[in-house]
Write a protein of this length. Structure first.
Length: 184
């Protein structure tokens, strides 16, 4: 094999590596249900890809970033939602969870009631973490909770990092689209 042929084989090898090499995706979501506002950020290799401020008004979600504002109607029976639902089912086994951090600050104005609600929420999150850890044993999971005893406040945030190969992502999306079209 001469040098020119071996150099030409580098191109398909590089493309195959890109398809198989895992992509590290980090998602940061925060939401305050008291005023129906939050934020969503998606990062690939620690570089910001998408960032939106979120507002919920009835059946509409308003997404705002530096360049645009768009309103999306929430329809749970729309074909777009069905494709996303099937896509999440397909990705569930292909995702490798690196870390999942849950942050919350809850206060109901009453110290006893606030502590009881936070303890119950903490137990529910820990139960979810135990079931997730049994399926994804390499995941790093953590809860950061704050109880505001004398204030009425509700702030929730989730930060998670996953890895996924590009071939799994494309395959899952195409497969989900085909399944939804065949059902409909």
């Amino acid at each position: 094999m001469d040098l020119k042929t071996s150099l030409l084989l580098i191109i398909p090898a590089f493309i195959i590596l890109i398809l198989v090499f895992p992509i590290f995706l980090e998602v940061r979501v925060s939401f305050n249900p008291l005023n129906n506002r939050g934020a969503l950020g998606v990062f690939i290799f620690k570089k910001k890809i998408v960032y939106y401020f979120i507002e919920v008004h009835g059946k509409y979600i308003i997404l705002t970033n530096d360049s645009e504002t768009k309103a999306e109607e929430i329809e749970f029976s729309s074909p777009k939602f069905l494709v996303i639902e099937e896509f999440m089912k397909q990705l569930k086994d292909k995702l490798r969870v690196k870390h999942l951090y849950v942050y919350y600050n809850i206060g109901l104005g009453d110290a006893f009631l606030s502590s009881m609600v936070c303890a119950t929420l903490n137990q529910a999150i820990n139960f979810f973490f135990v079931s997730l850890k049994s399926k994804k044993p390499t995941a790093s999971l953590c809860v950061y909770d704050t109880v505001s005893y004398n204030r009425t406040v509700c702030e929730l945030a989730i930060n998670f990092k996953i890895s996924l190969s590009l071939i799994d992502l494309v395959y899952s999306f195409i497969y989900s689209t085909i399944i939804v079209k065949n059902k409909g």
